[in-house]
Design a binder for this molecule. Structure first.
Ligand SMILES: [Zn+2]
Length: 206
C-alpha cells in the first residue's frame, strides 16, 4: 500500500533543507514555466508573442517513439489499449499512462475506441482511487508534446493539503520518489483489478 500522508511528510522533511524545502525541479527553468521572480517578488512572465505551432513528436506516425511493439513499463494490455508506468518513480505515489497500440491522437478515436477509452478511464480512476492512502486520481490528456495519444493517471496522497488540484502535477516533480515496494504492489493491484474487467495484466519489468 502507498505511504500515508504522515509517512510521506516525514520522508520529505528528512530529505528537505532546514526550512523544509526541496530543491527547485527542472520545470522551473522551462521556457513555458509561467512564473519568475522580479525585484524579489514572484510575478507572471510576460505573454510571449504569437508564433507558429511547433511540430509534435511523431507527427503522422513518423519517428514516433510511442509506436513500439514492446513498450517499457507495460502492466496491462488488451488488443487495442495498453497501460504502463513511467521509466522512473516520481513524487506522487502512482502515475500510469493509457495509450492505444495504434498511432492515434485523441480526436482520431472512432466511436468504438472512444467508448472503450471512456470505460477504461473510469475503471482505472475507480481502481486507483480505491487503493489505500490515495486521495484522488487525476486524469489528463494534454498532447502538446507527442501526437500519439497518452493519457496520464496521476494519483495523489490523501491528506496532504499542499498536493491538491492541478498543482499536484508540480508536486510530482518536487517531491522525492517514495519506496519501490509499495509502488510495485499498487501497480500489480491496479493491473490485476483492471484485468478482471478486460484484457490481461502483464509482468512488471524494470
Ligand atoms: Zn505513435
Amino acid at each position: 500500500m502507498a505511504e500515508s500522508a504522515e509517512q510521506v511528510h516525514a520522508r520529505v522533511m528528512a530529505a528537505a533543507d532546514a526550512d523544509g524545502r526541496m530543491p527547485l525541479p527542472s520545470v522551473a527553468e522551462w521556457d513555458i514555466f509561467p512564473w519568475e521572480v522580479v525585484d524579489g517578488a514572484l510575478a507572471a512572465k510576460p505573454l510571449a508573442a504569437p508564433a507558429p505551432e511547433k511540430p509534435r513528436m511523431g507527427e503522422d506516425g513518423v519517428d514516433c517513439t510511442i509506436c513500439t511493439p514492446e513498450p517499457a513499463g507495460l502492466i496491462w494490455t488488451n488488443d487495442r489499449w495498453r497501460l504502463k508506468h513511467l521509466a522512473e518513480r516520481s513524487g506522487l505515489p502512482l502515475v500510469v499512462m493509457l495509450e492505444p497500440w495504434e498511432h492515434l491522437d485523441f480526436d482520431d478515436l472512432d466511436d468504438a475506441m472512444a467508448a472503450e477509452y471512456g470505460r477504461l478511464a473510469v475503471r482505472i480512476a475507480r481502481i486507483v482511487e480505491g487503493l489505500p492512502n490515495i486521495g484522488r486520481c487525476h486524469v489528463m490528456r494534454v498532447g502538446d508534446g507527442a501526437e500519439h495519444l497518452h493519457v496520464w493517471f496521476m494519483a495523489r496522497t490523501a491528506g496532504l493539503p499542499s498536493v491538491l488540484g492541478s498543482f499536484a502535477v508540480d508536486w510530482d516533480d518536487i517531491l522525492p520518489a517514495g519506496p519501490e515496494e509499495p509502488w510495485r504492489e499498487d501497480l500489480v493491484a491496479l493491473a490485476t483489478a483492471l484485468a478482471s474487467y478486460d484484457g490481461r495484466a502483464v509482468g512488471l519489468d524494470d
